[in-house]
Write a protein that binds this ligand. Structure first.
Ligand code: ZN
Length: 95
């Protein structure tokens, strides 16, 4: 799972730079510290993803507990749902 860890931290660094104009060139700890001062949903999602990596449940769908497809995680490292649950959710929220 360490590659996803790196992916999430890289996303965090990107977000800090593009959205908050903060250049953090340090390690994961420094990036996390800078990020935790900002309370935005995007940062929170990334912090949440890191916690899931630490707990060893990253990449698991929060609804059905099946593995989320790696392609989805690459595109969206904060994904919490597998494809079928995601589309089931979308069906429900459509008018
Ligand atoms: Zn699922």
């Amino acid at each position: 799972m360490s590659k996803y860890d790196e992916l999430v931290v890289a996303k965090m660094r990107e977000l800090l730079k593009s959205k908050f104009d903060q250049e953090v060139d340090g390690n994961r700890g420094e990036i996390l510290a800078a990020a935790s001062k900002l309370d935005t949903s995007e940062i929170n999602e990334l912090v949440f993803a890191l916690r899931r990596i630490e707990k060893g449940v990253y990449g698991q769908c929060v609804i059905c507990r099946h593995d989320i497809q790696p392609d989805i995680l690459k595109l969206n490292p904060t994904a919490r749902l597998c494809l079928s649950c995601e589309s089931a959710m979308n069906d429900k929220t459509l008018p």
